[in-house]
Design a protein around this ligand. Structure first.
Ligand code: UD1
Length: 360
């Protein structure tokens, strides 16, 4: 009997693991355990996702909490090394590009335990982003690279990763969206606001929220935009802390700041929004699937398929450009867009089928 470990730690990991865990459980005889590193620990960043996505309670929680990148990565490695020695897994699955992903992959490579990377091959080519370093290193160390789109395969080939390790399976995050969209649509979160057209905002990248001048400029632009269309802004803890220092003090706007939302509440609002303004990775993909215009406050993206085929537009770090693009969407609507190949709700089943064949 093969033993598999899933390693997750931060909010965007949970919706990627949920369908993979379910598909492996339905379609293979393998035993599975879930390791939560504790990178995200607030209930609103973690526990609510396990409940809403029907993920079993983690078997092991490393409770590493916050810290600098080195402190956090090292704490995950120390804790996870003991887990791997105790459990002797036949395969470890890691997700996305967070510190938990690279830390687990490093531990496995030293102990010669095979690693499967779900959401492999994405590249922004911006090495100032910690996530890009995490993606590059994790892919070099992985034995199974499950990619969401053709650009992922091409990037891995350019980095001399053997074709026998690369499997294009589609987008597991979209599996979760497809499954839960009907349930999300039945919710009516924040009915007062959702009665009229509204925009949805998320921001947490260090480049946008750690520099007070940048954050002040973005918030001023959001306040101005909210005079045309009300904006709902569920705030990540990192951003909340930084916003306290730069409050504008003005009240003649309709920028509504709320605590982080659960998966279903956020998806419900996303599916009804007139537009989304974000610096997240996953939200660029979800808006593309939903056909909702997305303005991404970054100079680059590791998800170019959302620009070429989807509804995403990069607005960079210029608040003036953000205001112009919102005005254009409000007058002309979204650009023509479609759904990328294999973003069909079945990616995790493809992963389970591949693992069933390879590990038997
Ligand atoms: C992490 C990921 C990022 C992902 C994001 C989604 C890395 C390098 N970054 O960024 O790719 O898009 O998660 O949310 O792994 N905090 C809390 N409560 C929590 C978690 C965090 O208060 O439950 C605060 C802490 O002050 C912490 C800060 O947020 O220092 C940042 O958390 P951290 O996990 O280090 O990185 P994120 O910015 O969340």
């Amino acid at each position: 009997m093969k033993n598999l470990l899933h390693v997750v730690g931060a909010r965007p990991n949970f919706m990627k693991m949920a369908p993979v865990h379910a598909a492996i459980s339905a379609e293979t005889p393998f035993r599975q355990k879930i390791v939560h590193t504790g990178q995200h620990y607030d209930d609103r960043m973690s526990a609510v996702f396990f409940e809403q996505l029907d993920i079993p309670v983690p078997d092991i929680n490393l409770e590493v909490g916050s810290g600098s990148h080195a402190v956090q990565t090292a704490a995950i490695m120390q804790g996870f090394e003991k887990v791997v020695l105790d459990e002797s897994p036949d395969l470890v699955l890691v997700y996305g590009d967070v510190n938990s992903t690279v830390a687990a992959a490093l531990v496995c490579s030293k102990l010669q335990v095979p690693v499967a990377h779900v959401e492999a091959g994405l590249r922004s080519r911006d090495r100032t982003m910690p996530e890009e370093i995490n993606r590059l290193v994790t892919d070099q160390l992985s034995d199974y690279l499950f990619t969401p789109s053709q650009d992922g395969d091409d990037n891995l080939a350019q980095e001399n990763i053997g074709p026998e390790k690369i499997f294009r399976v589609g987008n597991v995050m979209i599996d979760t969206l497809v499954r839960l969209l009907p349930r999300a649509r039945q919710l009516d979160p924040l009915p007062d606001l959702a009665r009229e057209a509204f925009g949805l905002v998320t921001l947490h990248r260090p480049a946008n929220v750690d520099d007070p001048r940048m954050l002040t400029g973005i918030l001023a632009a959001l306040e101005e935009i909210s005079r045309k269309i009300p904006l709902l802004f569920p705030v990540h803890p990192r951003t909340r802390t930084n916003m306290a220092a730069v409050e504008s003090g003005r009240s003649d706007h309709r920028l509504h700041v709320v605590d982080p939302l659960g998966y279903l509440e956020f998806l419900s609002l996303q599916s009804r929004a007139a537009l989304v303004i974000t610096d997240s990775g996953g939200i660029q993909e979800e808006t593309t699937y939903l056909g909702i215009p997305c303005l991404t406050l970054r100079e680059n993206t590791e998800r170019p398929v959302t620009l070429m085929e989807g509804t995403n537009v990069l607005v960079g770090s210029d608040p003036g450009r953000l205001i112009e693009e919102v005005t254009a969407i409000l007058s002309r609507g979204s650009k023509p867009a479609g759904i990328p190949d294999l973003w069909d709700g079945r990616a995790a089943r493809r992963i389970a089928a591949i693992l069933a064949e390879k590990l038997s």
